[in-house]
Design a protein around this ligand. Structure first.
Ligand code: UT7
Length: 321
C-alpha cells in the first residue's frame, strides 16, 4: 500500500523571547496567574523582518534538508495558517518561491489551531492518490499581529512560530511507517466563541482575536478526547499502544485533562506550551520537531497528533514514524 511517510521535520522561532514578567509590565496580569492557569512561561514574538512566510520558509527548509529532498523534487506545499502575509496570494506560494520548489502545487489552508491536522490530512490524501509525490506540510503563524495587546484574557496566551513535515508517498508494508489514520471535524455553531473581528469581505480590516476562553476550554477537552478515541478505534489500537501524543499546545491544563480522560501517562505527552505558548497551526509540528531533535520521538514510534481551535475545528492523526 502507498502511505505518506515522514522523512524529516523542521521548526523555526522568532528571535525575540517575551516572558510573563515582560507582559505583566504591559497589562494587568502576573507570572503566577499565567503559569497556574495555562502553564505558559514565555513566548516568541516576531519582530521587524519576520513574518509568517519567513518562519514557514525556515521551518520547511529545515524539514526538507532533514529529509534530503532537493527543492525541485517537492511537488506539494500545504501551509496551514490563520495569519497569512497577505490576503492573497497564498503565503504557500511565497514559501515555494523562497525554497526554489516552483511548479508544483502550493496553497494555504485555514483551520486555525487545527490547521496542521487538516493540512496533514489533505496532503496525506493527495500523496496516497498520486496527485503528488513529495510534500511539505507547514504550520506557521504570527498571532502576535492579531491579538489585542490590551486584552489580558487573550494576549498572554499566544506566540509566533512555525513547524514543518517533509512527507513522501512510499509503497510500504501494512506494519510499515506513514500516516495511518486521520479524523477531522468542524462545527460552525461555535464560531462566535473564538474568532477574529475583521476581514477583507466584512470590515476591510485585519481585526483582532476574540475568545470566550472558559467555554472553549470545556469543548476542547470533550472534543479532543472523542476524536482521539475515534482514531484509535479506526486504527484498531488502544491508547496504551501509543509511544507519544503530540497535542496542540493551548493550555497545559487541557493537555492534562485530555490525558487523564484517556488514561494516558503524563510522560507520553509532548509538552512545549511553557516555552512557546499557543502558536495555533504551528504548535503540533513545532512540538513534534523539538521531540525529534531531543531524541524522544524515534523511527518506528507510534505517535498521535491532535488539535482543536476556532470554527470550532478539531482533529487527530495517527502516524508511525
Ligand atoms: O487554541 C485554541 C483553543 N484555545 C484554547 O484552548 C483556550 C482555552 N481556554 C483556556 O485556556 C482558559 O480558559 C484561559 C487560560 C483562557 C482562562 O483560564 P480560566 O481558568 O478559564 O480563567 P477564566 O477565564 O475563568 O478567568 C478567571 C479570572 C477572571 O477574573 P474573575 O472574573 O474571576 O474576577 C479573569 O478576569 O481570571 C481573570 N483573568 C486574568 N487575571 C490575570 C483573565 N485573564 C487574566 C490574566 N491575568 N491574563
Amino acid at each position: 500500500m502507498i502511505r505518506a511517510v515522514l522523512r524529516g521535520t523542521g521548526s523555526a522561532l522568532p528571535k525575540q523571547v517575551v516572558t510573563n514578567a515582560d507582559l505583566a509590565g504591559k497589562v494587568d496580569t502576573s507570572d503566577e496567574w499565567i503559569v497556574e492557569r495555562t502553564g505558559i512561561r514565555q513566548r516568541y514574538i516576531a519582530g521587524e523582518g519576520e513574518s509568517t512566510s519567513t518562519l514557514a520558509t525556515d521551518a520547511a527548509r529545515a524539514a526538507m534538508e532533514a529529509a534530503g529532498f532537493e527543492p525541485g523534487s517537492v511537488d506539494l506545499i500545504v501551509l496551514a495558517t490563520a495569519t497569512p502575509d497577505n490576503t492573497f496570494p497564498a503565503t504557500a506560494t511565497k514559501v515555494q518561491h523562497a525554497l526554489g520548489c516552483n511548479g508544483g502545487i502550493a496553497f494555504d489552508l485555514a483551520a486555525v489551531c487545527t490547521g496542521f491536522l487538516y493540512a496533514l490530512g489533505v496532503a496525506d490524501s493527495m500523496l496516497r492518490t498520486g496527485m503528488a509525490k513529495r510534500a511539505l506540510v507547514i504550520g506557521a503563524e504570527t498571532f502576535s499581529r492579531i491579538v489585542d495587546w490590551e486584552d489580558r484574557t487573550t494576549c498572554v496566551l499566544f506566540g509566533d512560530g512555525a513547524g514543518a513535515f517533509a512527507l513522501e508517498a512510499v509503497e510500504v508494508a501494512e506494519d510499515g511507517p506513514g500516516v495511518l489514520a486521520t479524523r477531522l471535524h468542524a462545527d460552525g455553531e461555535h464560531g462566535p466563541l473564538l474568532y477574529v473581528d475583521g476581514g477583507p469581505s466584512t470590515t476591510q480590516t485585519v481585526g483582532k482575536l476574540r475568545m470566550k476562553g472558559r467555554e472553549v476550554f470545556r469543548h476542547a477537552v470533550v472534543n479532543l478526547s472523542e476524536v482521539l478515541l475515534e482514531v484509535l478505534e479506526g486504527a484498531g489500537i488502544s491508547a496504551a499502544d501509543l509511544d507519544w501524543v503530540v497535542p496542540h499546545q493551548a493550555n497545559a491544563r487541557i493537555l492534562d485533562a485530555t490525558a487523564r480522560k484517556l488514561d494516558l501517562p503524563a510522560e507520553k505527552i509532548i509538552k512545549t506550551v511553557d516555552q512557546h505558548a499557543n502558536t495555533s497551526a504551528a504548535s503540533v509540528p513545532l512540538a513534534f520537531d523539538i521531540a525529534v531533535k531531543d531524541g524522544r520521538i524515534k523511527p518506528g514510534d507510534l505517535v498521535m497528533l491532535e488539535g482543536m481551535g476556532g470554527g470550532f475545528t478539531w482533529g487527530a492523526s495517527l502516524l508511525r514514524v
